[in-house]
Write a protein that binds this ligand. Sequence first.
Ligand SMILES: [Zn+2]
Ligand SMILES: [Zn+2]
Length: 267
Amino acid sequence: MGLGDCHVHTSLCNHATGAMETFVQKAVERGLSEICFLDHLTLAKEGASLSMSPGEVGLYFHAVKRLAARWHGKIEVKAGLEVDFAQGGMDIERRVVDTYAFDIIACSVHFLNGFNIVSKRTQKDNPYKDPRNMARDYLASLDSMLDNPFFDMVGHLDVVKKFSGVGEEGLEQEWEAVIRRLARLGLAVEVNTSGFFHAAKEQYPSRRLLKLCREAGVEAVLSSDAHSPGEVGREFARARAVLAEAGYTRLVSHTRRRKEVVSLEAP
Ligand SMILES: [Zn+2]
Ligand SMILES: [Zn+2]
């Protein structure tokens, strides 16, 4: 098994473009051996328009499965969800997750007390005067999400730095605690190359956090977080170099929520 892109979106989230099949086609063109759709499931009302609704998950899952059948033998097409923290809504999320035979479920924090931390449009409404407080709240949300035992991976681990550039300063112990928890729970970390194209100008997570993940025994996956087909597999050579520098010699791939080892070498 070769390299895969484990995190791409679809137009169901209302902020991605391109037909699902074109994402698959692009992954084949890039020489990837698998692609995993990991579209948003966000229940909180501030994110509802940026996500499919729970009622659309069946349609999404079956659309991925149809593509998997059509592209069988050429590339493995997988189905996953990028789930947001939903105060009081985790039972609904769990029911959705358990209804379908997903390959991977990611937990990602995009909202803090109703504020969208990842959208350029909402930055003018940022209620945090001190970005370190935002990073502290982010870590607390991530930690609460990890109380829910149905995740396989954490999305864009330090995305809180996206616009502020601040994610780790003064919070070293908190980060170490979260990373130790990921290792204990067996969750993977993704090296998400979308960060190269954002204000942060580097992958998520930072080299330092990635090295801590490796030292703690957290497995890694590789992802583009593509919101259009042209972004599939973007900057993977650069990300592989970052992974190697952090000491990773292998990645993992998830099938029906089980991990298997994948070589970090190019396909
Ligand atoms: Zn995300
Ligand atoms: Zn995403």
